[in-house]
Write a protein that binds this ligand. Structure first.
Ligand SMILES: Cc1ncc(COP(=O)(O)O)c(C=O)c1O
Length: 387
């Protein structure tokens, strides 16, 4: 039985979250609450499946089995009531790698790609590095509750607009888009011939009903390529194992050509095992994880309230990431950053890395044992006194 309270030593184990802190933050004595992986053990049933393979002591080229594709199909059906065909699934070695390939597949140089900011920072780089034009459709922030700005979206469309990269659920603002919201944006994409690349990597860490955009209708599925992975949910990011789903054969074929050209369609054998095992055996584990994460979110809320802190946030509907608003303090963004990093010695993601509308925001990762979370919050509290 998993003990989410167990503290695991990750420092000096070649992991980004702890061991790249110095490189990213220029400090090494800070508690890492940034990159999106969890300080929990990967579930035992997945570790055991990998150990069985390790025990064989042969690590030659792996061949994905149909049972892997069936596990993805079954997971989508039982968790999200989305009926997919195994033939519509393509393996990709990472969601970001898959996003970049999709940008290349569905647009040409200098075409426009729309993103809804603030958003996961590689959304910017996959557009720029493919020499496409990045167009921002900033989300509306209504007192911490974010929504899509449909009018602004419409106004940004030109004949060169080819793709919307949707973050669903949304990182960092934590929204699980309602079916109606997805329908509305998809309708415009349908009208204007815009393809949707939907990054649904956070879709299993949700505290309300999640709807895959491609599950809404055949028309929408026809313009959508979805990317997903069990990596966030089961803490498998180091295995670089993801997949794309697309029921439009034409789109899938185009996409496959780019995946092949970029040589990013082969997963390592542990990744293949991990996906299949996670999806076949992971239901109960996810429920337990969600309970722990929810209690950590409440813990943060209660802590801020109890200590009269002026850090504010809307409860995330998804993810273990909280988008903290520091506007209540009379400090500049840089001052907040210094207080967090140099005084409190905690490393949060800088809100500005998600977009210019991330000013005075920092993103905290709360997927860690409560005791460690409490230690971090205490340090923030002690070092964040109002002017
Ligand atoms: C929205 C989103 N997409 C993709 C990723 C990363 O995916 P991968 O590690 O498979 O490239 C993350 C990780 O935080 C994420 O938040």
């Amino acid at each position: 039985m998993q003990n989410f309270d167990e503290v695991i030593q990750r420092k000096n184990t070649n992991c980004v979250k702890y061991d790249a802190v110095k490189r990213y933050f220029k400090k090494d004595d800070v508690q890492p609450l940034w990159v999106a992986d969890m300080d929990f053990k990967t579930p035992e049933f997945i570790v055991k499946a990998i150990q069985t393979k390790v025990a064989q002591q042969v690590f030659g080229y792996p061949e994905p089995n149909i049972s892997l594709f069936k596990s993805i199909k079954n997971w989508m059906s039982k968790r999200h009531q989305w009926e997919i065909d195994t033939k519509d699934v393509l393996l990709v070695s990472g969601v970001v790698a898959g996003l970049s390939a999709a940008v290349e597949a569905f647009s040409s140089e200098n075409d426009e790609v729309i993103i809804q900011t603030p958003v996961y920072y590689p959304f910017y780089s996959v557009i720029k590095n493919n020499n496409r034009t990045l167009v921002e459709n900033p989300l509306i922030n209504d007192n911490g509750r974010y929504s899509m700005d449909i009018e602004d979206f419409k106004s940004k469309i030109t004949p060169k607009t080819k793709i919307l990269i949707l973050c669903s659920p949304h990182n960092p603002v934590g929204r699980v888009w309602k079916k109606e919201e997805l329908k509305e944006i998809a309708k415009i994409c349908l009208n204007f011939g815009i393809k949707i690349i939907s990054d649904e990597i956070h879709s299993d860490i949700v505290y309300k009903k999640f709807t895959p955009i491609a599950s809404i209708s055949k028309d929408i599925a026809d313009i959508t390529l979805t990317l997903n992975s069990p990596s966030k949910t089961f803490n498998l990011a180091g295995l670089n194992s993801s997949y794309a789903i697309c029921s439009n054969k034409n789109m899938l074929q185009k996409y496959k050509r780019i995946i092949t050209k970029r040589e990013i369609g082969s997963l390592n054998m542990f990744g293949l095992i991990a996906i299949e095992t996670a999806y076949n055996e992971g239901d109960i584990w996810v429920e337990k994880l969600l309970i722990y994460l929810k209690s950590n979110i409440s813990f943060v809320k209660d802590f801020f309230k109890k200590h009269d802190m002026m850090v504010d946030f809307e409860n995330p509907e998804s993810t273990y990431l909280i988008w903290l608003n520091f506007k209540g303090y009379n400090f500049t963004h840089k001052e907040i950053e210094d207080k967090l990093l140099s005084d409190a010695k905690v490393a949060l993601n800088d809100g500005l890395s998600f977009g210019s509308n991330g000013n005075l925001y920092f993103r905290i990762n709360i997927a860690l044992p409560k005791k460690e979370l409490e230690a971090a919050l205490k340090k923030i509290f002690r070092n964040l006194k109002p002017k």
